[in-house]
Ligand binder design. Structure first.
Ligand code: TRP
Length: 458
């Protein structure tokens, strides 16, 4: 069937740029600003970064091209797209399960993503009001635990964050998503560049550069390499139908390969800039680069609390974090919203409000796992650990792998080359090779190690 005849039920992006902003908005998130610096710190800097770059380009990029291509060819929500293409290409409607698991995972991920995003909102207020000025490490750590220990505060910020997300998604592809990313993405990049300038001038830039860019392979462990691979996958928002849903709104004449390359470059750039903000400050104050998940919330405020203008720049940092989380949250809610409106004909507003409310409720599980239900454990992890482990480490690789295998092995070459034909033939050949062999092998490794690990190791 000629693709030109299919139209998206949700509308299209007004341009290629809008698509790039939206997908990079979903890609740039807590993963880049919160997680990437701490895993780069924990697993030893330079060598880890190299492995990460390799994974992003050799595995993440071909998977992204596959998802965008499937989305644009189907022009529907991920579940309907996988069903339609599965019937067309393989005569089976079971492929819709891939879409369904993806949409479901995005939905569950949003429930805890929103809670962590809420922490950054609290930290905007705290840093701006000078809470950390001159504080000692123990006080900063205690104040972080005070926050996670208070279900009231967590619920308040989770509610605020979800309300904003729902309001944007309710307004549709062009009026909501596109308008939001057109304002938020440039703002985010601008603030981030200002922060790098600040960190470079007040912090220890040379020490940070040496740590980050002088690879020392003796510090790279097999586990570190696995973490790099898993993160490459998460940071590009793959395996959740998000990229597929956004691809469904991509104008027919836009080149899929070059837009995907643009997204991957932006995402990588932001991750690098984040490390250039965090590590000069960490080294300037003799803090621990391997502080783990607390790096941004427990270590960084110490640096902000000891610097002139630290309150202002600290607040900037957390605004950037919250903004990045917001553009990702939109991408997590959109696939389910598109699915609900397309299957039930419910107006988009009600679909977004309804789904947002369910996500909100689900988020309470995460909130209580930090306090009241802290002692409820499965496989040694809290409820939150388990939700995160199952979705991020198991379901995402599974869905991403299936989508890529579908695009490169199941779909006939004519269909895929039709979608990718704006690019030189060599681009198609490279994509097909990476998507058929390299990406599946890489993802299989992550997946197998995840199912055999316990949640807290994941
Ligand atoms: N990429 C986001 C980050 O780095 C997180 C994420 C994973 C995501 N999958 C997604 C965001 C799907 C939107 C849609 O933080």
């Amino acid at each position: 069937m000629p693709t030109q005849s299919r139209t998206s039920l949700q509308g299209l992006w007004s341009s290629r740029t809008a698509f790039v902003l939206a997908v990079s908005g979903s890609a740039v998130g807590l993963g880049n600003l919160w997680k990437f610096p701490y895993i780069a710190g924990e697993y030893g800097g330079g060598a880890f970064m190299l492995v990460y770059l390799l994974c992003v380009f050799a595995i993440g990029l071909p998977m992204m091209v596959s998802e965008v291509m499937l989305g644009r060819r189907g022009r529907r929500n991920p579940i309907a797209t996988m069903r339609l293409l599965g019937e067309e290409e393989a005569g089976s409607h079971l492929w819709r399960l891939v879409g369904a698991v993806g949409v479901f995972s995005g939905f569950v991920i949003l429930s805890f993503y929103s809670v962590v995003a809420g922490w950054s909102l609290e930290y905007v207020v705290r840093t701006a009001s000078g809470t950390f000025t001159g504080s000692e490490p123990a006080t900063v750590a205690a104040s972080f635990h005070n926050l996670t220990g208070s279900w009231e505060r967590l619920t308040w910020w989770h509610t605020v964050f979800m309300a904003i997300t729902v309001a944007i998604v309710a307004n549709g592809v062009q009026g909501g998503l596109e308008r939001a990313v057109r304002i938020l993405m440039p703002l985010l990049l601008l603030l981030l560049v200002i922060l790098v300038g600040f960190a470079a001038s007040t912090g220890e830039l040379p020490a940070a550069l040496a740590f980050l860019f002088r690879p020392d392979f003796s510090r790279l462990t097999p586990h570190g390499a696995l973490v790099a691979l898993g993160h490459a996958f998460f940071t590009l928002s793959l395996g959740m139908g998000a990229v597929m849903a956004y691809g469904a709104y991509l104008p027919q004449n836009a080149s899929i390969a070059s837009t995907s390359v643009a997204v991957v470059l932006i995402d990588t750039l932001v991750a690098l800039l984040a490390t250039l903000v965090v590590f000069p400050l960490v080294f300037a104050f003799g803090l621990d680069p391997a502080a783990g998940p607390g790096l941004v919330f427990e270590t960084l405020p110490l640096a902000f609390g000891r610097m002139e203008l630290g309150a202002i720049f600290g607040a900037f940092f957390f605004v950037v974090l919250a903004t990045a989380a917001l553009t990702s949250a939109i991408g997590l809610l959109e696939p389910a919203t598109a699915w609900l409106t397309e299957t039930t004909r419910l107006p988009r507003t009600w679909a977004a409000v309804g789904l947002g409310s369910v996500v909100w409720l689900l988020g309470l599980l995460t909130i209580f796992s930090f306090n009241t239900l802290e002692d409820v454990r499965f496989w040694q992890g809290t409820l939150y650990h388990n939700l995160e482990h199952v979705t991020v480490n198991i379901l995402l690789p599974l869905v991403g792998l299936s989508a890529t295998v579908f695009a490169s092995w199941v779909m006939c070459g004519n269909s895929s080359s039709e979608e990718l034909d704006d690019d030189a033939p060599v681009v198609y050949t490279i994509w097909r090779f990476l998507a058929r062999f390299v990406a599946p092998a890489g993802v299989a490794v992550v997946f197998l190690s995840a199912v055999t690990a316990s949640p807290d190791l994941g």
